[in-house]
Design a binder for this molecule. Structure first.
Ligand code: ADP
Length: 620
């Protein structure tokens, strides 16, 4: 759209110029036509007023007498007075009577400085026309008065004879003053193209074309323009193509009266004073005149400029609006594109983030199930290890038991052998004493075997109130042979009465067996071998402390000893599972276990157990 306007702009401007010019010229032309009609009518009216006057006066018999008979001074004076009166009434310039030879006999201006009386006007065409019986009409500058006038002449007849002529000179110059209008000039030219009436004084007695020598000499002979130079105006005609053919645009150069009369008119030297006129003419055939209106066309240029400015402004506005609309649309599209881009980026980020979250979710779910599986496996492993540990302990205990049982068995055999020998010798008392020894030994063996029974079943029952001191003694008893073997002194600091804690017989024994076994192992190579066992009942917990005189825990972080498979023992001697199982069991009981080194040397294990009272309260 904008492009079309842009491309069409020169054409639009050209069309605007063309049409506005056409309209302006047409308006001027119409105005000129009106003015022309008025001017021509005015002129015709002026001339018509006097047209019949010579005829009327000429028929006066007094004038016929004047021309016929002997001329007397009285007759002349009477004619002069008559003409003067008539002239005054009619409003003409002069009225005068000429005889056959053109000599003026009587005149209305007889009393003026330069009366016509005695002057011969035979050279004037109006005289000649009248002498031929016609109404003479002529325009000329008065040779005597130097005043422009229009002459009507009529023959004075005496029957068929023409005795002379009566001429009426009419003033026409005064009309020019009424023509001075705004925006136009009015000229009246004669048949030769000489301007004799003009609203522009400087054009008076100039010609529209260069007159030929012949014409000039004829005019001189008629003394029509009283010796005026009759130089041509510099006129340049150009067709506009816009207004009807009889209207020409004439470029005219005004020439001042002071121009050298004989020099050629230099159009270039006066170029700046040139002015364009639109001309419109009408012939006045009876007078032989041509009336021309020259309308100024200055306003045409202004009107064309204004119209072009308006159209140019409209075009510029349309272009600006179009440019604004295009720019606006481009911005809107840009914004939409940006928004779409941002939307896409946002969606992409959301997708990425969603994908990440999903991935993380999947990972977390995997980790959770892994963890659960590991927990499950760990629990299973723990249970298995507890069982395995029990079996290992059983092995150890079995070794101890077999060692323990072998001794009484050997003693029983010796008692039995001795009893039989004493009976053979009839020493019944001695035999009875031996049998009593056997009985004691079997009692002890039965005690050992009771322990075996407790290890034989898997203890998976829930925590229950358990006598703590009994469990401790059971453990000491199980390991007695090892304490003896390594010459270990056990220092007990125990309450008088047993303390009930949350636990289970076998598992609690196992806790203490594990801890004591480690202490025995730790102290085995040392010089001093003392294991201190203390039980202290506090408000919230029952605390069991096992303190040995070994080298202490050989790691910076003593808590690591509870990690599964943490061991400082030689391959084959330890698995590193004992304390982790112990830890698990104590946790099962709702208690806690800590490992530390005593500043004075040796390791200290503290087991906190839940008093069974709390359990009872809970169950209540
Ligand atoms: P293991 O006895 O098979 O090595 P444990 O879990 O029972 O496995 O013990 C782990 C480790 O803890 C031992 O190897 C030892 O280094 C340390 N430890 C345990 N008890 C003591 C103690 N009383 N004195 C010094 N170190 C100990």
């Amino acid at each position: 759209m904008a492009l079309v306007v842009l491309l069409a702009a020169p054409l639009l401007l050209w069309q605007t110029a063309h049409w506005s010019r056409f309209l302006a010229l047409t308006a001027i032309n119409d105005g000129s036509r009106q003015t022309l009609i008025l001017v021509v009518e005015n002129l015709r009216g002026e001339l018509a007023r006097f047209r019949s006057l010579p005829h009327l006066i000429a028929i006066d018999p007094a004038f016929k007498r004047l021309l016929k008979g002997v001329i007397t001074a009285e007759d002349v004076q009477s004619a002069n007075l008559s003409l003067e009166r008539t002239n005054r009434i009619a409003g003409a310039l002069d009225i005068y009577i000429m005889n056959r030879s053109g000599l003026t006999l009587a005149a209305s201006n007889w009393a003026s400085d330069r009366p016509f009386i005695g002057r011969n006007f035979s050279y004037r065409p109006y005289f000649q026309d009248a002498m031929q019986g016609r109404l003479g009409r002529y325009f000329a500058i008065g040779t005597t008065s130097r005043e422009r006038g229009y002459y009507f002449a009529y023959p004075i007849r005496d029957g068929p004879d023409i005795l002379g002529a009566l001429a009426v000179k009419v003033q026409v110059g005064h009309l020019e003053r009424t023509w001075r209008g705004h925006g136009h000039e009015i000229i009246v030219t004669d048949g030769d193209g000489v301007i004799f009436l003009s609203s522009h004084p400087e054009w008076r007695f100039r010609t529209l074309t260069q007159l030929t020598e012949q014409t000039l000499s004829r005019i001189a002979a008629e003394r029509k323009y009283a010796g005026a130079e009759l130089l041509p105006l510099s006129i340049e005609a150009c067709k506009t193509g816009l207004v009807p053919d009889d209207i020409l645009r004439i470029r005219k150069v005004p020439i001042s009266v002071s121009d050298p009369p004989d020099g050629p008119i230099q159009r270039t030297s006066l170029g700046s004073q040139a002015r364009d006129y639109l001309t419109l003419s009408e012939e006045m055939f009876d007078a032989g005149w041509r009336v021309t209106i020259l309308a100024r066309t200055d306003s045409v240029g202004r009107q064309v400029t204004s119209a072009m400015l308006v159209v140019g402004f409209v075009i510029a506005s349309v272009l600006l609006i179009a440019a604004y609309a295009v720019e606006r649309r481009r911005r809107v599209q840009e914004r939409i594109a940006l928004q779409a881009q941002a939307q896409t980026m946002l969606e992409q980020r959301v997708q990425e983030r969603t994908y990440d979250l999903e991935q993380t979710n999947v990972q977390l779910r995997t980790e959770v199930s892994e963890r659960k599986r590991a927990e499950r496996e760990l629990r299973q492993a723990q249970e298995e290890l507890v069982q395995a540990s029990k079996l290992a302990a059983l092995g150890e205990v079995s070794a101890g038991i077999s060692h323990e049982l072998n001794q009484p068995l050997a003693a029983i055999r010796s008692y039995a052998d001795n009893a039989r020998a004493f009976l053979d010798r009839d020493r019944e008392d001695a035999a009875r004493s031996n049998l009593a020894g056997i009985s004691q030994l079997t009692e002890r063996m039965a005690h050992i075997i009771r322990h075996l029974r407790t290890y034989a079943r898997k203890d998976a029952v829930a925590a229950r109130p358990t006598p703590l001191l009994a469990a401790l003694r059971e453990a000491l008893s199980l390991l007695e042979h090892r304490f003896v073997e390594h010459d270990i002194e056990v220092v007990e600091d125990l309450p008088k009465d047993d303390v009930m804690v949350v636990g289970g017989d076998v598992r609690l024994q196992q806790v203490f067996v594990n801890l004591m076994t480690n202490s025995i192992d730790a102290m085995a190579s040392g010089d001093r071998r003392v294991l201190g066992i203390a039980v202290r009942a506090e408000k919230e917990a029952v605390v069991v402390t096992l303190k040995d005189s070994g080298p202490g825990i050989g790691t910076d972080d003593p808590a690591r000893v509870f990690d599964p498979f943490f061991t400082t023992k030689e391959v084959g001697e330890g698995l590193g599972l004992g304390l982790s199982i112990t830890y698990g069991i104590v946790k099962q009981f709702g208690g806690a276990i800590e490992a530390a080194n005593d500043p004075a040397g040796g390791a200290v294990f503290t087991v906190r157990l839940v008093p069974a009272r709390s359990l009872e309260e809970e169950t209540v």
